[in-house]
Design a protein around this ligand. Structure first.
Ligand SMILES: CC(C)(COP(=O)(O)OP(=O)(O)OC[C@H]1O[C@@H](n2cnc3c(N)ncnc32)[C@H](O)[C@@H]1OP(=O)(O)O)[C@@H](O)C(=O)NCCC(=O)NCCS
Length: 236
């Protein structure tokens, strides 16, 4: 019979779990088939189709979302402007994807394409800047799908892609000082407040700050390990 004293010391247990974690992480790097998928979402390329053109235009012409996320002048958006924006995303972004609702893994391939609910990208890095391994996220979730956790899930996914696949060292995310929801969300996801360009933005008759948050590779890894360790210890 094991006495309490003969149970493995806590450090041994933690080492064992960390070993398992390393195994899990290593396995997941080999197992790539679900790379463009997170629990409820899939991420697909932006295609040169009228459907994707119309979808990007619907995002760009949502004036509330635009006012919360784009420094451009608030004027009615033409389809031609949206098309230019779409081309820029496809041509220049490090990663650009349409976020869609995922069909369940268990169900057979459906005839209807997955419903698009947003767009996410990592800004492209000029080759002369590549050694800094530093870029930032842009994200839009369409109004009917906001506040359901999809934005968080997509940001977690793009962080995983950026650090594990894209080889990045820092990933930033920016917002306007009046966008309290976005600020709250980014801090909850583990981004660190890095500062603000004071009164850099003129909106709606007043000056506002341009706020920057960032996550470093090491911070992301520590968060991943903490989450996995919490899962493992919960099971015990
Ligand atoms: C900001 C955005 C990406 C967040 O995605 P989302 O799917 O709506 O967010 P989630 O459901 O994952 O997280 C919701 C949490 O984020 C915060 N939040 C996000 N948007 C908010 C808003 N408009 N008002 C208040 N809180 C908000 C809250 O903490 C909220 O938690 P709660 O619902 O429990 O209060 C999305 O709402 C969006 O695209 N908005 C329009 C454009 C925009 O603001 N882009 C960000 C500019 S940097």
């Amino acid at each position: 019979m094991l006495s309490k004293c003969s149970s493995p010391p806590i450090n041994t247990l933690v080492s064992f779990h960390l070993l398992n974690l390393t195994h899990t992480i290593t396995s997941s790097t080999i197992n790539m088939e679900n790379l463009f998928r997170s629990p409820r979402l899939i991420y697909r390329a932006i295609e040169d189709t009228p459907e994707d053109e119309a979808f990007i235009h619907s995002i760009q012409s949502d004036i509330v979302a635009f006012a919360n996320s784009d420094t451009g002048l608030l004027v009615p958006m033409t389809k031609a402007e949206s098309k230019k924006y779409k081309h820029k995303l496809v041509e220049k972004a490090l990663l650009a994807a349409i976020i869609c609702l995922a069909p369940p893994l268990s169900s057979p391939a459906s005839a209807t394409p997955p419903v698009p609910i947003g767009c996410i990208s990592l800004k492209g890095v000029d080759p002369s800047q590549a050694r800094h391994r530093n870029t930032f996220i842009s994200i839009d979730i369409t109004a009917p799908y906001q506040r359901k956790g999809y934005g968080s899930e997509a940001i977690e996914w793009v962080l995983d892609w950026g650090f594990r696949i894209g080889g990045l060292h820092r990933i930033g995310i920016e917002c306007f000082s009046f966008n309290d929801g976005a600020k709250q969300l980014y801090e909850r996801l583990g981004f660190v407040y890095e500062g603000a360009q004071r009164e850099a933005l003129w909106f709606n008759g007043g000056w506002h700050d341009y706020v920057t948050f960032g996550m470093l590779e090491g911070e992301w890894k520590a968060r991943q390990e903490k989450t996995l360790l919490e899962k493992v210890t919960k099971k015990d």
